[in-house]
Design a protein around this ligand. Structure first.
Ligand code: CA
Ligand code: CA
Ligand code: CA
Ligand code: CA
Length: 328
């Protein structure tokens, strides 16, 4: 399931609500109709979308053993994976963690994914770098993904994929661990593909890297399309609220782009200084998908900043501001 990494072990009402919202987003992102299967259903409906795995058994038949890459439960002194390589691995216990590293000698786009058959491992994938993973603060955590529709469009609740455009040269670390639901052990294949860095063109609104350069958008207006053409690109937007309004700000990938990961910050006013009391809302901390924010706002002028999570470039995203609970 897509969820916040830091809350991976939580279950219950509060998280369920956010999961539904995130799943709804993923449907839009994928551009592909598939039936959302909430975690709750998986836990409460044995035999339907669950795994028939006995203790120490894989699929109830084959014993689940530690893979050849163990021990690799910490990022230190782990093995490597290279471009085009696939590694057969297992999450043989519910607390198994598999770390692996790779080196980019020049800027490149990286795709790392887990695959397998339904009923095997249910993975969560993290990409750190460059440099030694900062698990405590997440300072070099680039992406997290639990379920990716590109890995398995039909039953995409087990395997994970991360595509990170234009990572700088350096050493990167991949972490695979089970989704914390007590039934995530199993076999999986870990694959890495490295392709040349892509060139992303600056959008027509550039430069819009300060609040003073923000593009005006309207509540209920059509979506605008932008790119994040450099790792440090920030796109500013501004809109006016004339009477108290519940507003939804949505970012999404353009057609064919499901890999983006935006961070969205909403400020009151036009003078964006980044002070905490300026911030009316944020979205998408550690969630590997496009940001969306819903807030009831008093009248005034607001400013939106969009940037790429993990300083990633994005070849095309849309932003739309809509009114919730009324005419759009
Ligand atoms: Ca393992
Ligand atoms: Ca391990
Ligand atoms: Ca831009
Ligand atoms: Ca910009």
């Amino acid at each position: 399931m897509r969820m916040i990494e830091a809350r991976g072990k939580e279950r219950g009402g509060a998280l369920a609500g956010s999961l539904v919202a995130v799943l709804a987003t993923s449907v839009v992102l994928a551009g592909t109709a598939f039936t959302a299967r909430p975690t709750a259903a998986k836990e409460s409906t044995p035999g339907v979308g669950t795994k028939a795995k006995g203790p120490g058994l894989l699929g109830g038949q084959v014993e689940l053993t530690a893979d050849a890459f163990e021990p690799d439960n910490t990022p230190f002194a782990v093995g490597t994976i290279s471009d085009g390589e696939s590694q057969q691995r297992t999450l043989h216990t519910e607390d198994d963690v598999d770390w692996v590293r790779f080196t980019l000698t020049e800027a490149a786009t990286v795709s790392v994914r887990t695959t397998g058959i339904r009923g095997d491992a249910d993975t969560r994938l993290s990409l750190y770098g460059p440099g030694v993973p900062d698990e405590e603060n997440g300072s070099n955590l680039r992406r997290v993904n639990d379920d990716d529709p590109t890995v398995d469009p039909q039953e995409n609740y087990y395997y994970s994929a991360i595509t990170a455009y234009n990572l700088e040269a350096g050493e990167y670390y991949v972490k695979v661990r089970p989704v914390a639901d007590g039934q995530s052990r199993g076999a999986y294949t870990l694959s890495l593909d490295v392709t040349p860095a892509v060139t992303v063109a600056a959008d027509s609104a550039e430069p819009d890297d300060t609040a003073a350069q923000a593009s005006a958008v309207t509540i209920g207006g059509s979506a605008v399309t932008r790119t994040l053409h450099t790792p440090t690109d920030v796109d500013y937007f501004t809109f006016r609220v004339r009477r108290p309004t519940k507003v939804r700000i949505t970012t999404a990938g353009i057609e064919g782009n499901v890999f983006g990961d935006t961070m969205l910050t909403l400020f009151k006013g036009r003078k964006v200084k980044g002070r905490a009391d300026d911030v009316h809302g944020r979205d998408d901390f550690l969630i590997s998908t496009y940001a969306e924010l819903t807030k009831t706002l008093p009248p005034g002028v607001y400013t939106i900043a969009v940037r790429g999570y993990g300083d990633l470039v994005d070849p095309g995203y849309t932003l739309q501001v809509s009114k919730v609970g009324g005419r759009r």
